[in-house]
Design a protein around this ligand. Structure first.
Ligand SMILES: Cc1ncc(COP(=O)(O)O)c(C=O)c1O
Length: 449
């Protein structure tokens, strides 16, 4: 099951797409005909502010000219060549990636999605270490295929068990500052949780890798305290376990750094990414490894590959996208506009009793809703989602859409992650729409908040 958030309620669509998979009971996708900058337009001409960059992937906004040109140029020049050959786009992109990726990551495997990048990672980690267990965390999403869904901690894995996933993944404690199953201070809990990972490695045996979203995305924009990731790095190195950073969502400026691991100067053994690498103009995923890991495969057959691996039309726009991130200074913009966005979102908490928590980094924020601030009771749980129950967040999402603002909602939070080109005026527009729609949840708050 792919990532999917709020039900669009506007019944504007054309009949001829009913045969596609997304048309299911209670689900009628909104028909979109155009998109430009931070906005997209439906078939009736209604415009929406894209306050989540679609699936937190349209980092450059819509209709970036340079990226579109790169796609067209590559299509004219060399639209496809088998992955066993190389080409200019592949050579140029590899060179550029060396400049922007965290230090130490030197070899790149190109896929066509984040899911596939994670799938390749799991294989690489297992083959390289000769061990097979993977430590992940419950509040995580890593993709939808056998390996990546097994490494996923959230309820999407539960829905696919037992048949749809690989064996050998175990789950460590989460880094959720707002909610703790243990009830101790966050810093203390983070240190204990990292140490517990060492305990798991020692007692499980056969652990190949730890996979983390350095800043957890879909599952609530969870930011670890300063010491957590460096400590995981230390533990991984000590035990010959690989540290994998899944930056499919948190990469490409989203947190105000090229990659979230840069926030803590952590060097992972493997980094997976996708989405923002092309600003989502074409489907590209990347698995980046250290030279040491890559060297292992000089003499060991890597039984992995795709027809569309390193597809030239996916690579050329990535070059253009990286150049655009630089030309438009978008990493700094994410930091600067993110501070403004963060302040404005925090102010929602002052005005709306249903807002339990607001957290984020750069242009990557969560607004979590609760029935009661003291008890932190959620409006909607994973079990409700699995049971197909309607969510109050979807209802709020629908009102936001009516007000011309698109925001992804998850179980109990909204993910606010506009394109990195967003302006203050556009941020203000999004906040105004929240102000109006959150009244729905405010009326359902119980007890004193
Ligand atoms: C952290 C993370 N990993 C992996 C994936 C899967 O990527 P894709 O949807 O491109 O297959 C996602 C998708 O949202 C993600 O957020």
């Amino acid at each position: 099951m792919q990532e999917q958030f709020s039900d669009p309620v506007v019944e504007t669509t054309t009949q001829n797409t009913y045969g596609t998979w997304r048309f299911q009971k209670g689900w009628k996708p909104l028909h979109i005909v155009d998109a430009e900058g931070c906005y997209f337009t439906d078939i009736n001409g209604k415009r929406y502010l894209d306050f989540s960059s679609q699936l937190m992937c349209s980092n450059l906004g819509h209709k970036n000219k340079a990226v579109i040109e790169a796609i067209c140029d590559q299509a004219r020049k060399l639209p496809y060549i088998a992955p066993s050959f190389t080409c200019d786009a592949r050579a140029d992109l590899s060179k550029l990636l060396l400049e922007v990726f965290p230090r130490g990551l030197e070899k790149f495997f190109f896929t066509t999605s984040g899911t596939e990048a994670v799938e390749a990672t799991i294989k690489i980690a297992r083959m390289y270490t000769g061990k097979y267990k993977i430590i992940s965390r419950y509040r995580s999403y890593h993709g939808s295929t056998g390996g990546s869904i097994a490494a996923t901690g959230d309820f999407r894995r539960i829905a696919i068990e037992p048949a749809g996933k690989i064996d050998g993944v175990i789950f460590a404690p989460d880094m959720d500052q707002y909610r703790s199953p243990f009830g101790v201070e966050f810093e203390e809990r983070a240190a204990a949780s990292a140490n517990y990972v060492e305990h798991m490695i020692r007692n499980e045996g056969n652990v190949a890798a730890i996979i983390v979203e350095p800043v957890v995305g879909t599952n609530g924009i969870l930011i670890p305290p300063r010491e957590y990731l460096p400590r995981l790095r230390e533990i991984a190195t000590k035990h010959g376990v690989l540290l994998i950073a899944d930056e499919v969502m948190s990469g490409w400026g989203r947190t105000g750094e090229w990659f979230a691991v840069n926030q803590w100067n952590v060097e992972p053994d493997i980094l997976t990414t996708a989405k923002g690498v092309t600003g989502a103009y074409v489907p590209l995923g990347v698995t980046a490894t250290t030279r040491e890991i890559a060297d292992y495969f000089e003499s060991h057959y890597f039984a992995h590959g795709h027809t569309y691996e390193a597809h030239p039309i996916t690579l050329a726009p990535a070059i253009a996208a990286i150049n655009e991130y630089r030309r438009l200074d978008l990493i700094n913009a994410a930091r600067k506009q993110g501070e403004y966005l963060g302040r404005e979102l925090q102010s929602l908490k002052e005005r709306h009793p249903s807002v339990g928590d607001v957290r984020g980094l750069g242009l990557f924020w969560a607004v979590e809703l609760v029935k009661n601030r003291a008890t932190k009771e959620r409006f909607f749980e994973a079990e409700d989602k699995l049971a197909g129950k309607p969510s109050i967040l979807d209802k709020i999402g629908a009102v936001l859409m009516k007000n011309g603002v698109f925001v992804q909602s998850w179980l109990s939070h909204f993910v606010v992650a506009p394109p990195l080109i967003v302006t203050r005026e556009e941020i203000d527009e999004g906040i105004r729409a929240f102000d109006d729609s959150l009244k729905i949840a405010d009326e359902l708050v119980v007890g004193s908040s």
